[in-house]
Write a protein that binds this ligand. Sequence first.
Ligand code: GCU
Length: 568
Amino acid sequence: MYLHTESRETTTLDGTWQAIPDPYRSFQDGWFDDRDVPLLEDPHAPADYTVDDGFPVEVPGCVGEQLPGFEYYEGMVWHTRRFDREDNGDRLFLRFGAVNYEADVWLNGEHLLTHEGGYTPFSVEITDAVSREDNLLVVGVDNERREDGIPAMQTDWFNFGGIFRSVDLLATPETFVRNVKVETSVDETVTASITAWIDGPEPGDVHAAIPGLGAEVPLEPDDSDGALTRLTGQITLDRDDVELWHPDDPRLYDVCVESESDAVEVRTGFRAVDVEGSDILVNGESIEFRGISMHEEAAGRGRALTPGDIDQRFEWVAELGCNFVRLAHYPHTAAMARRADEEGILLWEEVPAYWDIDFGDKDVQELYRQQLRELIQRDWNRPSVALWSIANETDPEDEVRNRVLPEMASFARELDDTRLVTAACWFDETDDGLALLDPLVEHLDVVGINEYYGWYVGDAGDVRSFVDDPTGPPVIVSETGAGAKWGNHGDEDDRWTEEFQAAYYRESLEAIESVEQIVGATPWILFDFKSPRRMNPHQRGYNRKGLLDEHGRKKRAFSVLRDHYCDP
Ligand code: GCU
């Protein structure tokens, strides 16, 4: 179960760590066990690598963006740091926001865990392994791509390696509130179903309160495995007494869960997202999804976004007049969803089941569930999150995929059935026009469609031929776009020019607008991003479909989308 830390005091381990690349995986096992540290100057056996004398790197950070000569590095980099314990908690946990791709974690020579998956949080209890002083933490970070990985060998984004989100220590009482889930439903009344997971013996009395609404409820145990006890309770209020969360008015409330020895607070909003025919409803009203897609990337920092980067992204989103963002193709930092809650921006969140995943492999299926669980348990209290996307551009002819993905859709609903499940698919071309023939469609609440008519195939505007069925599922154009190099100008027919991209947007947006079953779009993409698959003279290692380049410079199409959303 996810370890809630948002409302808690933690001790950060961010800062300067030692990075020791091990490109040939040649380091001896347990080389870092510093009980008999080999010394650089050891006259008998000068050490080739030691825990304290690596390359200094910043955590959170991406190695390739910090170490000269490691820009496209994929492989093992040992990350080490020492720390003293300052808290007086009964228990102590070590938590990582994300480590790409596999993290092998050791403390004082003891192996704690191996975590696979580059974009989701994980934690481990270190109460027994930690000392009061001079603890040696070693994390083997391996971002080598693998056939049986999620994602697998090919992605149109760069596989930045590193500990690129924060690392924290969390001290707790013997028995504490490990996680909380607030599910909201809205009709004549508003109901908050509150679930808490208490970690440790004897949970005792636990209750939940919403001070902003003067409401509280005792939570009753309904399941326990001895270590973790689940408790639930419900608060129902008149709809008029609650300010609902809506993109136009993102009202948030604190929900406090208190046990005899602990308390946490969850900031959330009361809202409902549903589907009715081909409409998506927020609090019972259909809504148009004015969106944009984005990767989690900042020039020179890779995936390690700063608060300033997040501010910048929400300024651009607001300037475009968006009320929706697709966070592609993997879970972004939790700070994005918390900010979207405050800004009133609806979100599409996704796990990187992208292109050729080995869906038939049992371990891959387990990893798939793990990534869904880690994302959903982290963000299930975010009112901004409306859609869980289980995949992007996977093969509709693959029978194994057609068996496994519906199972993953059900698994996502088991974890959270208050949001909509989607995936990015393709249109099918039929004699009658474009259609949705992918067998996965019937297992989705909302269908995402990636279309590049006018760029990779056909003509911009071909979407008009879609066989519109207002009783069919809502469709979101999850990708559409064209490449342009910032500052490259020419005629509207000249590819790679800003004029071509702007014209493409004008034509595509009009066509999308003309289809009733399409309730919105997240054009590809807000800013240019690194891709090792893109090397032509305009690209030079970047996907150039951004409305801004990697330095935040606007291309002409930026104002085309802004005008489309702001002065429809
Ligand atoms: C695909 C894919 C994206 C990619 C984009 C493109 O649809 O989902 O990850 O970047 O197309 O070709 O630019």
